[in-house]
Write a protein of this length. Sequence first.
Length: 311
Amino acid sequence: MPDLSTSGADLVAALDIGGTKTTAALVSAGGAVVGRLTAPTPGRSGAAAVLDTAAGLVEKLRADAPGAVRALGVGSAGVIDSGSGLVLSATDVLTGWTGTDLRGDLRRRLGVPVTVVNDVHAHALGEARHGVAAGYDTVLYVAVGTGVGASFVLGDSVLAGAHSAAGHAGHQPSPYAGSLPCTCGGRGHLEAIAAGPALAAEYVRRTGRPVADLRAVAALAEDGDETAREVVRLGGAAVGSAVGGLVNVLDPAAVVVGGGVTGLGEPWWRALRDAVPAETLPGLAGVPVLASTLGPDAPLLGAASLAWKVS
């Protein structure tokens, strides 16, 4: 258990509920994470088990908190109706998650006001309020990992969309994807060529040699495998092209890119940054493209920023 003795002010709690792990934190008004606990997400055991785990982590932190815990902010996997706190849809990684009343259930369990938002939106808010994009009023955040997601921050809120589904950047057409099948059932989408599993699959298609995952492709690229290097550059260029198009649509003050695929390093980033201005209108070519800096703290800080609004 972390030492919280140096924090005497009121706090809010934050939850980051993902498919593999759930993290709870206590966060100060200034954005300092002053306590944190993590547990595996029991995703195959149903929604009640996931909520038991999440609420239990918050209770453990709250028991040792030096000040009052005024509210809870939640960033969760799935399509979330932030108004009602309902999970509108989710993948089968979290069994029975669709239809869960996240806000109502956690409010009943913990007795504090609760706000709920999709985890990518929470990450975007964290970077925009406390991370590399602090000071910008409008921020486009793009997450590139096992999938490709996005969020658009306006002031202290995010653009959720009419159906709470805004941000599915991976499911826009990409000229780099050709007719490759996408996880959504469509073809030729960005996620089919730019996400981590997609890049590993692209290496296999080009060489006929199996690889375990994207980390294996990255290692081959480091060792001088030219095909692996081409695949890394392809992934960066595909994301950069998509980012350029989104910049034209949204005109953000800054773009932040995060997610596990960004760990491919400078060749990936160079390809991305070269591709962005090739797509943007001339007046938007100078929009900064920044690397996410907060890591796993970002969704916690983003969720906490919403909790302070209802505390």
